[in-house]
Unconditional design. Structure first.
Ligand code: ZN
Length: 283
């Protein structure tokens, strides 16, 4: 909606429009798979946010104290982060891993190099290769700056809603205005944010499968893991599925990429990268 000469232009609306355009021009970046993406927040801001959220989680969720379980997850995680290309700005020692003692089938990684794995995930991802596919995927979200992109999209959506609300302010009554803003909010959520998020999932799958293969984990087990996750859906779906939808599409894509990543896996083995993380091995 634009203002014309005869209509009364509201400075707030124009300022918002100008801000939107400015942000759009300054925040464009290219993702690891070549997608244009809008990043409105600096890496420093995102890393701080990631670290703060991680500290809060460590206070709220019990932390696994069993040394063998911790060593097992660390072994897999270390092998993955060793393969992160330096262009992403992370050295292997920059990553912090915490194993949370919680039945939820869940795992995540946050900007700033924070990795969280729930013990419930170890029941489903029950080989080192499957666990590597989960950690690889989560680390890939961080490398591709998906939290920043998702947040930027939300910020832009909120800006649009505020701008429209200001533009409508003197033409319709408050109730109609509120309904319009609500509809816009819902439209934005279902129309823009969700497909965006599936694109991120697909990108994290690709990058994660590549990382695991380079670390010496079998990329075919990423397919197995997601098949198991899909089977566990239904009445009590794994926590991870709430943020990682479309298992059918995901399994097909992971499967189609196996032939591409098998040579990387073979090369890793030939180069002596053969992770041997055994959860049950006596120490
Ligand atoms: Zn994901």
């Amino acid at each position: 909606m634009l203002c014309f000469m005869k209509q009364r232009c509201r400075p707030g609306w124009l300022a918002s429009l100008a801000l939107t355009v400015t942000l759009g021009l300054t925040g464009c970046a290219v993702s690891p798979t070549g997608e244009r993406t809008l990043l409105l927040n600096s890496s420093t801001q995102m890393n701080e946010l990631g670290s703060q959220s991680f500290e809060q989680m460590k206070e709220k969720i019990p932390i696994e104290t069993d040394a063998r379980t911790n060593r097992y997850v660390e072994c897999v995680s270390d092998a993955i982060v060793m393969q992160v290309p330096r262009k992403y700005g992370y050295a292997p020692q920059d990553w912090e891993l915490v194993v949370f003692k919680d039945k939820a089938v869940n795992a995540f990684a946050l900007p700033g190099g924070k990795i969280g794995v729930y013990t419930g995930m170890l029941q489903v991802a029950n080989t080192q290769h499957q666990l590597a596919s989960v950690i690889g995927h989560e680390v890939a979200h961080v490398l591709a700056q998906h939290s920043n992109a998702r947040m930027s999209q939300q910020q832009l959506t909120q800006l649009g809603i505020v701008a429209t609300s200001i533009a409508l302010a003197d033409r319709v009554d408050t109730k109609t205005q509120q309904a319009a803003v609500m509809a816009l909010g819902l439209g934005a959520q279902y129309g823009i944010l969700l497909p965006y998020s599936r694109k991120h999932e697909s990108e994290a799958d690709m990058l994660g499968q590549e990382l695991m293969a380079q670390a010496g984990f079998d990329p075919r087990e990423a397919v197995t893991l997601w098949q198991k996750m899909a089977q566990k859906g239904g009445a009590a779906p794994p926590e991870l599925l709430s943020t990682h939808p479309a298992p059918g599409t995901r399994i097909r894509q992971l499967d189609s990429q196996v032939s591409k990543y098998m040579p990387l896996y073979q090369q890793a083995l030939a180069a002596g990268r053969k992770p041997d993380c055994d959860r049950l091995r006596p120490r």
